[in-house]
Ligand binder design. Structure first.
Ligand SMILES: [Fe+2]
Length: 518
């Protein structure tokens, strides 16, 4: 697939079926569809389109895109499917210049507020007086509602001309779209631009052009991974990421966009930057700085303070039933690749147990792993979690949390080799400093995926909010394999691999009390 085919939108990203085109150029479903491709103008000057939620996902959505050149009056026109585009929201233009190749990237961001919860909207991107792209989205529901979200990290840019990339980036986006989630969570390591140092902006372009088939239709909420660190591009190397995304505020001053939270229904999502706390470091050198820019401790404790305040507030909020923490490097992993990290356990895990976090989602290792229900730590220096239950099909989230590594988005390499001891028992390699590791038994490891036929996949969560105050609420998780994409079959259908159901007591019961520590 050539770049020109990508830009014109007539490549393998053509729609799968059942899609019609209105006079205004908007693609609308006319039957069963796997996903919906946004329509583009014949001369495309809006590309890399992606949505994010604002602080209130029921009422705020941001449309972001890139223009190859400066444009006049960039804006989004928005309305309802039956009412037309009745409202215009001007876009904010933000730019950055890549430190390695000097290319300037011009991003546009239209922050739309005052939307209605659980409502379908149509939008079109307009600049220089011409409609550039039309698509649609749905706002998140308000209050306790059933909804679905998806999760996977380590996607890469989808163009095999670049390092780390496979064809499965677009297949992952199509898989996400086929599940119709309210939101997709990206568990860090998006484009792998910093693995292609002389072409970082071009790699980002490929990434967004491949994921746009979903991210133009529903918000994709990212976390920072080690591959978002582009030394020379800003103090933490995050200038590209920060310029390209408009994310909910964390009010940290210097570190806006690096970590944040948002709530959908009764689920609070806490999006963290593990580069700030993990011990492991990337090896190698970077062109612009001559080193690999170690970020451990960069926020000076600001992120940790924000996390405690956010979790404490949630613990006293009876609209919050579930807390999902999303990050990149895993606290728990038996993978033979990068493995676990003690810095994450030391900084985050005590707060997760104290305030009753239910799920910890990560990536980084390019494989899938699920822990048993765990709470607190066993003795020892590496903070091994205590296994509460070995039930693999259902867990009581009032009593513990589950770790999930879902780093199977679309990289070329996969890490589905897991450490074991002499008797075949799971063991883990734990990064305890920048250069040292320790090996421990890992009785917490419940499910791994050593099947190299399926190195890719994604996680799907379905929330049932329960029926009345104090009722039980459930979250059913299913991990699907995504088979290898090929030129002949670019969007292979997902295949179920692992599932379980978590149950929790709603926090709005009579005699409401703070969340129990785990
Ligand atoms: Fe990573």
């Amino acid at each position: 697939m050539t770049e020109s085919m990508e830009r014109t939108g007539v490549s393998r990203r053509s729609f799968i079926g059942g899609v019609g085109v209105t006079a205004g150029g908007l693609m609308v479903a006319s039957g069963p569809v796997l996903w919906q491709q946004a329509a583009k103008a014949s001369t495309v000057t809006a590309e890399q389109v992606h949505l994010t939620f604002g602080a209130d996902p029921a009422r705020e959505v941001v449309v972001s895109w890139v223009t190859p050149t400066s444009v006049s009056k960039p804006q989004v026109q928005i309305g309802t499917p039956s009412g037309g585009f009745g409202r215009t929201v001007p876009a904010e233009t933000r730019t950055y210049t890549d430190s390695n190749n000097g290319i300037e990237t011009i991003t546009q961001h239209a922050s739309i507020e005052g939307l209605h919860p659980g409502t379908d909207y149509v939008y079109r991107i307009v600049s220089d007086g011409e409609t550039q792209l039309s698509s649609a989205f749905r706002t998140a529901p308000a209050g306790r509602s059933a909804f679905r979200f998806t999760s996977v990290g380590d996607i890469a840019c989808g163009n095999t001309a670049f390092s780390k990339a496979s064809l499965n980036a677009a297949a992952t986006a199509a898989s996400i779209e086929s599940f119709n989630p309210v939101v997709h969570l990206v568990n860090g390591d998006l484009s792998y631009a910093n693995s292609n140092q002389l072409t970082q902006p071009q790699v980002w372009e490929q990434y967004f052009d491949n994921t746009q088939l979903s991210s133009a239709n529903r918000p994709w909420m990212p976390t920072l991974g080690n591959h978002e660190n582009e030394p020379g591009n800003g103090p933490q190397g995050y200038l590209s990421y920060q310029t390209r995304f408009t994310l909910p505020k964390n009010h940290s001053g210097d570190f806006e966009g690096n970590w944040y939270s948002f709530q959908i229904g009764s689920v609070l999502f806490v999006m963290l930057d593990n580069n700030d706390v993990c011990y492991q470091i990337d090896t190698g050198t970077y062109l612009s700085t001559g080193d690999n820019q170690i970020l451990t401790g960069y926020s000076g404790g600001k992120q940790l303070k924000w996390l405690e305040q956010t979790l404490h507030k949630a613990s006293t909020d009876n609209t919050v039933d579930w807390i999902v923490a999303v990050m990149h490097q895993p606290a728990m992993s038996t993978s033979d690749a990068d493995g676990s990290d003690l810095g994450i356990r030391e900084n985050w895990m005590p707060l997760f147990y104290k305030y009753g976090v239910d799920f910890v989602l990560a990536g980084h290792d390019h494989d899938y792993e699920r822990s048993y229900l765990v709470a607190g730590t066993d003795s020892g220096t590496v903070m091994r979690p205590h296994v509460v239950s070995t039930n693999k099909t259902s867990v009581d989230s009032d009593k513990g949390l589950v770790h999930l590594v879902i780093g199977t988005g679309g990289t070329k390499g996969h890490d589905d080799v897991y450490n074991t001891g002499t008797a075949g028992e799971p063991t883990e390699t734990i990064n305890v400093s920048g250069t040292e590791t320790e090996t421990e038994d890992a009785p917490w490891s419940a499910v791994t995926d050593p099947n190299t036929t399926f190195p890719w996949g994604l996680g799907v969560f379905d929330v049932d909010p329960g029926r009345f105050p104090g009722d039980k609420t459930t979250m059913t998780f299913t991990y699907y394999h995504t088979p290898a994409a090929t030129a002949a079959n670019p969007y292979p259908a997902p295949v179920e691999f692992d599932t379980f159901t978590a149950t929790r007591t709603r926090s709005d019961g009579f005699g409401f009390r703070q969340r129990d520590a785990k």
